[in-house]
Unconditional design. Structure first.
Length: 74
């Protein structure tokens, strides 16, 4: 099940959006890491870091914009 909410604010130059979604889905996939980059089995590559039991991924969405995904170990 996924729940989401979001809001955007225009600061006169940029439109800054904050979208949040929570999911209880579980899954697995194959990936490799090289420094602070992760590459998934489909060839998608982006930056990541790990803080405690949380992995933060920063995929590029389009035109240089990026999102942030937080995965928490339970």
């Amino acid at each position: 099940m996924t729940n989401g909410q979001g809001a955007c604010v225009y600061d006169g130059t940029n439109c800054n959006c904050d979208v949040r979604a929570a999911s209880t889905q579980k899954g697995s996939w194959t990936f490799t890491t090289n420094g602070s980059r992760i590459t998934e089995e489909a060839g998608v590559s982006y930056e990541f870091c790990v803080e405690g039991d949380t992995m933060i991924q920063r995929p590029t969405v389009m035109f240089g914009f990026y999102g942030q995904i937080r995965l928490k170990r339970h």
